[in-house]
Design a protein around this ligand. Structure first.
Ligand code: CA
Length: 237
């Protein structure tokens, strides 16, 4: 077994292709993770209701409930659990749809095993970082908005909603760097733990979601500003 600081983390693997599932299970176990395999959406939901998991790896095309439906139902009860979605298609729509429902990251099949292991570790690391930084100041207010970083509940005016971990982490990072320009690359490295230049669209999609939540007028953002060719900047009160 390799030296892994997240050794012992419990991963729910939801994948109906048995050969792929077994291969992933083997390699994740080699890394020190404890893997529970669900072969369809129904089994996955039953497991999430009865057990605690540190992370979910979730295929989209599944019997009974597909990955989108599973994400939506998991998010109702567990907003904080990291979800890595596996998409068979390279459809951008699928990715955006998955992220909008609350998946934290996605990979397109076929993927490289090493890449998946890096993503998994990154997501677990993020979860730990998030736990550390939120205990200091759990509630943050700006304008008519309020964010509780502990239970991930947010409010904008009278509208209440639930944030996912990545949304909350992105907010936390932007707020900690209030008044400073942060580049997409910096956000990918610190919030997503990804160093690739290709995934900058991910950042943009998430910023769109934050604006939808917190901006009085989405088209004219006053809090989450775009800085042309540089990145984004959170402007507080
Ligand atoms: Ca499948």
């Amino acid at each position: 077994m390799k030296n892994n600081q997240f050794s012992g983390s419990i991963i729910l693997l939801v994948e109906d292709e048995e050969a792929l599932a077994k291969g992933l299970e083997y390699n994740l176990t080699e890394e020190g993770y404890h893997v529970v395999w669900a072969k369809d959406g129904k089994q996955a939901l039953d497991l999430v209701r009865t057990k605690e998991f540190d992370l979910i790896i979730l295929d989209i095309m599944l019997p009974y409930f597909d990955g989108f439906e599973v994400t939506r139902l998991v998010r109702e009860k567990s907003p904080e659990i990291p979800i890595l979605m596996l998409t068979a298609k390279t459809s951008v729509d699928d990715k955006i749809h998955g992220l909008a429902l609350g998946a934290d990251d996605y990979m397109t099949k076929p993927f490289h095993l090493q890449e998946l292991l890096v993503r998994v570790k990154g997501m677990l690391k993020r979860k730990m970082w998030y736990k550390k930084v939120t205990t200091a100041q759990p509630v943050y207010r700006f304008g008519d908005n309020e964010i509780n970083f502990e239970n991930l509940k947010a409010r904008s005016g009278k509208q209440q909603f639930q944030l996912t971990t990545v949304e909350a982490m992105l907010l936390k990072y932007l707020i900690e760097n209030k008044g400073k320009i942060v580049s997409r690359k910096e956000l990918l490295e610190n919030v997503w733990n990804i160093t690739s230049e290709i995934e900058t669209r991910t950042v943009d999609n998430f910023i769109v979601r934050l604006r939808k939540f917190f901006e009085p007028t989405q088209a004219e953002p006053i809090y989450f500003k775009s800085i042309r060719s540089a990145g984004y900047m959170f402007v507080g009160e």
